[in-house]
Every structure is written in structure tokens, then in C-alpha cells.
Design a protein around this ligand. Structure first.
Ligand SMILES: Nc1ncnc2c1ncn2[C@@H]1O[C@H](COP(=O)(O)OP(=O)(O)OP(=O)(O)O)[C@@H](O)[C@H]1O
Length: 302
């Protein structure tokens, strides 16, 4: 069967080394023996078909937002591949919005980023504003918006740019019920049109209502993936059992799981951090050459 989104052996690693930004570490990155990494996602694989609506569940810190950022193209995996047939749009609270720009400018900017022409933006502008219910706030910088207002604007822009894959990360958790219901209706219409949706939420009820598939992430790994009702049912049973455990047991479990996600290998990474390291080497080299040139100039003067 053809897939709409294929996530294959994806890992995401963050450099969590303390004092990593010291100039010395940037110039001589390979000297930094104590580099520490945190593996937020570990070897995640699954395929999703067009028309699927996938709920992503998991405890706090299990990697849901990290995955939604990868799916929405906001960041790239440290290892593995994500293939999306079509264009994807991420809606998270304030994702991709510029806090200094007004609501109106943000609409323009995000629509351009999604490949819409000036004519298409002009045609859709009123509908975006009307759906967001922010008519009176369009000329204000969005840093003055509440998180619910930012989310409404982000949601409205994203659905009107008509993406093939919509990634919704907790964006519905900050709105009031009336707006959330309006969004849910819009998402359902989206699904009926054969689009693909990823939906991150802590509300099991919302996921059961809106999704046909579910992915359960557990401390960066796929614990289960498949039809929504059984996967979410298993997850709900796990959460009930977990919540019944005494606090100190929960704390110990969490600590042990987090310690398993710390990795030390340097060569594992082939993303921005390695680029950063080589940029450091380049910067160091250029500095030395400039230093020598300056020294020669000074010597030449005397
Ligand atoms: N930029 C970063 N640098 C270092 N660690 C990070 C970074 N981003 C995320 N993490 C870590 O990765 C892990 C997964 O985070 P993520 O936000 O994806 O989890 P989540 O499942 O969305 O959590 P929540 O339910 O609380 O929103 C967390 O332990 C987090 O601290």
C-alpha cells in the first residue's frame, strides 16, 4: 500500500553538554570529551496512509513535540528519514509565528512560507481573520496576544493554506470550548477530504473522537502503533496504573527511564551540532590566519 508519511528509523538527539557555548568548546570541539547527548527519539518507525488521523500519546517528555516538529519540517532528524508525500503544516501554540509582527503581517508571512501567491493570500485573508475571530487585533503585534489567541491565529492560517498533512500539537488545549469545537469540525472536514492528520493531545477523549490510528511514545521509543481504540486503551490503562503508584516510585521510574536516554557517542550525530563543530574549526582556522596577518603587519611597522 502506498504511504503518505513514512518515518523510518528516526532518532533525534539534543546536545545537552553544560557550558557548550564557551568559545573554547566552539573553536576546539573535538577536545570536548565530556559531550553529553539526550536522545529524545530512538529508532522510531511507522507508515501512515492518506486519510489517516493519527493521535500521538505519551507521558510528559516522551518525545511527542519533538516528533511533531520533525513531521512539520521545523527541525530535522539526527538519524533516519521522514518522507512526506506533499506539503506538511505544523500547528503548535505559536509555532512559526513572529512575536514582533502584527497578526496581519504574520498571516502574510506564513502564507508566503507555505507557497501561496500574493493573489491567493488576498483571496484567503478575510476567511483567515474571520475563522480566527481576531478581527479587532489584526494590527497588534502578536506578543500582546494570549496563548489561546496565538493558537487561534496559527490554526486558522494553517487550515487555510490547505496542506496535505496537518500536524496539530496541543494547539486545541488552550482555546475555549466553542473555538475548539469549531476546530474539530474543520479537522473532520479535512479528514473527509482525504488529508492526513497528526494530533498531539493529552486528552484521550479528544483523540478517541478524532483519530483512527494512534502512536504511543514512551521515553522516546514507540511502545505501540495501530488502530486508535486498542492503542489508546492500553495507554490509558498504563497511565491509570502509573498514577496509582506512590510518588517516590514514579520518581524513581522516571529517573531511570531518563538516564537510559542519555548517550555519549559523538559520531552518532550528523545534524546541526556537528555542523556547529565544523563551523567552530573553520572559525578557529580563520582567527589564527587573521591573527598571524595582523602580527606580521605590526612587525612590518617596526
Ligand atoms: N532543544 C532541546 N534540548 C534538549 N532537550 C530537549 C530539547 N527539546 C526537547 N528536549 C527533551 O526531549 C524530551 C522530549 O521532549 P518533548 O517536548 O518532545 O516531549 P513531550 O512528549 O512533547 O512532552 P509534554 O507532554 O510535556 O509536552 C524531554 O525530556 C525534553 O526535555
Amino acid at each position: 500500500m502506498t504511504y503518505k508519511v513514512r518515518v523510518k528509523n528516526v532518532s533525534k538527539v539534543f546536545n545537552t553538554t553544560k557550558n557548550n557555548k564557551k568559545l573554547w568548546n566552539m573553536i576546539l570541539p573535538l577536545k570536548n570529551k565530556k559531550t553529553e547527548y539526550y536522545q529524545a527519539l530512538k529508532d522510531v518507525s511507522f507508515d501512515v496512509q492518506a486519510g489517516d488521523s493519527v493521535g500521538i500519546v505519551g507521558l510528559n517528555g516522551s518525545g511527542k513535540s519533538t516528533l511533531s516538529n520533525l513531521l512539520g519540517g521545523v527541525s530535522s532528524p539526527s538519524a533516519g528519514t521522514i518522507e512526506v508525500n506533499g506539503n506538511a503544516s505544523l500547528i503548535a501554540i505559536s509555532a512559526g509565528l513572529n512575536m514582533e509582527l502584527t497578526g496581519s503581517e504574520n498571516i502574510h508571512m506564513k502564507c508566503l512560507m507555505h507557497g501561496l501567491s500574493e493573489k491567493e493570500i488576498a483571496e484567503r485573508y478575510d476567511a483567515i481573520v474571520e475563522f480566527s475571530e481576531l478581527e479587532d487585533f489584526m494590527n497588534q503585534p502578536i506578543k500582546s496576544y494570549s496563548s489561546g489567541m496565538q493558537s487561534r491565529l496559527g490554526f486558522s492560517i494553517a487550515v487555510h493554506t490547505d496542506p496535505d498533512v496537518l500536524v496539530i500539537d496541543e494547539a486545541l488545549s488552550v482555546g475555549d470550548d466553542t473555538f475548539t469545537n469549531k476546530c474539530i469540525k474543520r479537522i473532520e472536514a479535512f479528514r473527509e477530504a482525504g488529508k492526513t492528520i497528526f494530533f498531539v493531545s493529552h486528552s484521550i477523549e479528544q483523540i478517541q473522537k478524532m483519530c483512527n490510528k494512534a502512536l504511543w511514545l514512551h521515553y522516546g521509543e514507540v511502545r505501540d502503533f495501530g488502530n486508535c481504540i486498542p492503542v489508546v486503551g492500553m495507554y490509558a490503562r498504563f497511565v491509570r496504573g502509573y498514577n496509582m503508584k506512590p510518588k517516590h516510585i514514579q520518581k524513581r521510574y522516571k529517573k531511570e527511564m531518563l538516564s537510559r536516554q542519555r548517550v555519549e557517542a559523538f559520531d552518532y550525530i550528523h545534524d546541526d551540532q556537528t555542523f556547529g563543530a565544523w563551523n567552530g574549526v573553520l572559525l578557529g582556522g580563520v582567527s589564527i590566519v587573521l591573527g598571524i596577518a595582523l602580527y606580521m603587519q605590526i612587525i612590518g611597522h617596526f
